[in-house]
Ligand binder design. Structure first.
Ligand code: SAM
Length: 225
């Protein structure tokens, strides 16, 4: 029985990678941000995107309560918790986290379905602030499961962006901030204009650590009404 197991594992190892997978492995191994993440102890290279957002826009402060949408495996959460002292982070993802922290409240689930549960958790944990709006920042690095079609990926992520903006409007205190990932594909300018009705400062931002050949870009919206 044991020997069968060994053989099947060996077969798995020998299974040739597709051309696309080989390219991904090569690019991943040569990526300076992957190497840097290993050195700095970050779970994912994605952490540097938030490091860059924070270094340019100075959004997160030590007393902030932050909601993070699409948090797994936890690179952004590591960055957020580095800045927090009295504040807390409420994170949600379809996947499990690889990072734990005493300031992290994690919900394992689908943001679209669990929105009410997040709001309940916020109300249960933040008792010092009265009312429904207790959150200083909503950050979304959510990405839908990608298919080969860029336009479909764009529409899928736009659904997530609209849902997170609606959520942000419910929970953000005055002068709060909202950061979201977008894959460009046509609707991003209209979305930016929607955000301008609710935030005094709204900008596109492409971090250095975001791959040049990706349509990924971030929107940084500050000073909510
Ligand atoms: C690019 S990854 C996030 C990486 C993370 N910021 C980090 O630094 O480790 C995108 C995440 O969005 C999550 N996601 C996509 N749709 C979601 C949804 N509807 N609800 C919750 N999480 C979602 C995925 O499961 C995935 O883990």
């Amino acid at each position: 029985m044991n020997s069968k197991l060994k053989v099947s594992k060996l077969n798995n190892l020998k299974k040739p990678l597709s051309h696309k997978s080989q390219e991904w492995v090569r690019r991943h191994l040569n990526d300076p941000f992957v190497k840097q993440a290993r050195k700095d102890g970050y779970i994912s290279r994605a952490a540097y995107k938030l490091v860059e957002v924070q270094s340019k826009y100075r959004i997160i402060q030590s007393n902030h309560n932050v909601v993070e949408l699409g948090s797994a495996p936890g690179g952004w959460t590591q960055v957020i918790t580095n800045f927090l002292n009295e504040g807390q982070v409420f994170a949600i993802d379809l996947q499990e986290m690889e990072f734990a922290h005493n300031k992290l409240n994690f919900i394992h689930g689908d943001f679209i379905e669990e929105e009410n549960q997040i709001i309940e958790l916020i109300n249960e944990k933040i008792t010092k602030i009265e009312g429904d709006r207790k959150i200083h920042g909503v950050l979304s690095d959510m990405a839908p499961s990608a298919c080969g079609d860029k336009q479909i990926n764009h529409w899928r992520i736009m659904n997530l962006c609209h849902a997170s903006f609606e959520f942000a409007k419910k929970v953000l205190i005055k002068n709060g901030y909202f950061v979201t990932k977008i894959f460009m594909g046509g609707e991003e300018k209209d979305f930016l204009n929607e955000l301008k009705k609710y935030f005094r400062s709204v900008n596109f931002f492409k971090p250095e650590s975001s791959r040049k050949d990706s349509t990924e870009i971030y929107i940084i919206a500050k000073n909510s009404l």
